[in-house]
Design a protein around this ligand. Structure first.
Ligand SMILES: [Zn+2]
Length: 79
């Protein structure tokens, strides 16, 4: 019998912040992206169980940014 396990990443939520942020990496000021993504365990390429959730806040131009915790993510999302 052949069973195929794996893991894949999915973007759960993505939005652009309303408050412009300056990026020290590419030196541009723009509305940064707030993104929640999760790694899922998959069986035969079908996502089953979420393993890990990440909250990211990054520059849309150079993709440089930072990881957030859930509280900081929700705070930024609602501000
Ligand atoms: Zn940048």
């Amino acid at each position: 019998m052949f069973i195929l396990f794996g893991a894949n990443d999915k973007v759960m939520e993505q939005q652009q912040c309303r408050i412009p942020e300056h990026c020290n990496h590419c030196n541009n000021t723009s509305n940064w992206i707030l993104e929640k993504n999760a790694t899922y365990a998959s069986l035969f390429f079908i996502s089953i169980v979420p393993l890990k959730t990440r909250y990211l806040y990054y520059c849309p131009i150079c993709k440089h940014g930072q990881k957030l915790d859930a509280d900081a993510y929700n705070w930024k999302k609602n501000s």
